[in-house]
Design a protein around this ligand. Structure first.
Ligand code: TRP
Length: 366
């Protein structure tokens, strides 16, 4: 894989610049520690089950999870099937979407022997942590969360549910039930990580009697490159501009063929002035382990059609083994369900131990 990922701006999100540079610096230190001693880290990451995963997810987070797993870090991958209800009234075909997610995980190399895949709704003791945790944050703090505010501003719902305001605290339960100390996130999740750290700190202060029940987990900020959708907007399944891992080679070719570019024949990497062309170059570069400048130099003045041919081939070659594995796993739905059931059992055993500690610390073992 390309380790020298070019620095392009990550998706803009409401986090202030100082927090961001602190988180970046801290992440560099953490990367060194992970390499030195992966056994010290327990990672928890999560996704909302909203649909199939696409190349933005892949190069944004999935690839990094597999890297961490393969470095020997203990990994929990959480499917946030309650959180998905924050921006919709009902989650349609949830079980189908969860199965597709698990397929994507397995296809990219998440190994259920080494990583625990769970759906948070199926882990009662995790959910019970929400109540004591909610007592540790104020309504004013919940209302200040910039990511939540942003989601409310873009919500399709007619009214804002209580879950919308409290899901960051639920996310603290997602992370702390297994005492994860490392959470790979994009910048939009930094406010939630701050809530988690606040909850952990306050719980320890109030009930810990000198010993820390919970770690204060670190955000591991991914240097996720910004890949645009084929229409030049943010890559998103609902906009029909995303290349999913599950798509076949023909569909991929069709999507890339229809991608927005510009009229200049000379292909060059310049994200500021030529965002669409640059995003395509970046995508090919990520797939080929090269820099976008190198890809651009190869294409030269051959124009957008040549660029698209290069990108299509790069993406289809890169995804071929992932897609083959995906198809193989797709034959065995019972296996997919078993992975989740076993993950939930493992998570439940851990969550029950943590809840027992919490209740003991709170002097509420009745
Ligand atoms: N909030 C995350 C998102 O919207 C999903 C998520 C839920 C998560 N629980 C988590 C991420 C715990 C990291 C850790 O994408």
């Amino acid at each position: 894989m390309n380790t020298a990922v070019p620095t392009t701006p990550t998706a803009s999100a409401p986090t202030d610049a100082i927090d961001l540079s602190v988180a970046r610096a801290r992440s560099t230190v953490l990367e060194d520690r992970i390499r030195e001693d992966p056994g010290r880290f327990r990672v928890l990451t999560g996704d909302r089950p909203t649909g199939r995963l696409h190349l933005g997810h892949y190069f944004g987070t999935l690839h990094n999870r597999v890297r961490l797993q393969n470095l020997g870090v203990e990994m929990f991958v959480l499917i946030a099937d309650y959180q998905v209800l924050t921006d919709r009234d009902v989650a349609d075909n949830l079980s189908g979407i969860v199965e597709e997610l698990v397929l994507d995980y397995l296809a990219v190399g998440i190994d259920p022997e080494r990583s625990t895949i769970l759906t948070h709704s199926a882990v009662p003791a995790l959910n019970q942590l929400l109540l004591p945790f909610l007592s540790l944050v104020s309504v004013a703090e919940l209302e200040r969360n910039p990511t939540v505010k942003d989601e409310i501003a873009h919500s399709r719902q007619s009214s804002v549910s209580g879950l919308m305001f409290t899901y960051p605290v639920h996310q603290a339960a997602d992370i702390l039930f297994c005492k994860a100390n490392l959470v790979p996130v994009g910048r939009d999740q930094l406010p939630h990580l701050e809530t988690t750290r606040t909850v952990a700190r306050r719980f320890n202060d109030r009930y810990g009697a000198g010993t820390a029940v919970f770690p204060q987990p670190d955000a591991l900020l991914s240097s996720a490159p910004l890949l645009l959708g084929t229409d030049g907007g943010k890559m998103s399944k609902s906009r029909g501009n995303a290349i999913t891992l599950a798509a076949d080679a023909d569909e991929t070719a069709r999507l890339i063929k229809g991608a927005r570019t510009d009229a200049e024949r000379r292909i060059a990497y310049d994200p500021a002035t030529r965002p669409e062309v640059s995003s395509l170059l970046l995508l090919a570069a990520l797939c080929q382990g090269r820099t976008p400048e190198e890809v651009a130099a190869d294409i030269g003045s051959a124009g957008a059609a040549a660029l698209k041919r290069t990108v299509t081939e790069a993406v289809n070659d890169y995804l071929a083994p992932i897609r083959a594995r995906r198809q193989e796993y797709a034959q065995d739905r019972a296996y997919l369900r078993r992975i989740v059931r076993e993950g939930n059992e493992r998570a439940t055993a851990i969550a029950e131990r943590t809840l027992a500690e919490v209740r003991a610390a709170m002097n509420s073992l009745f």
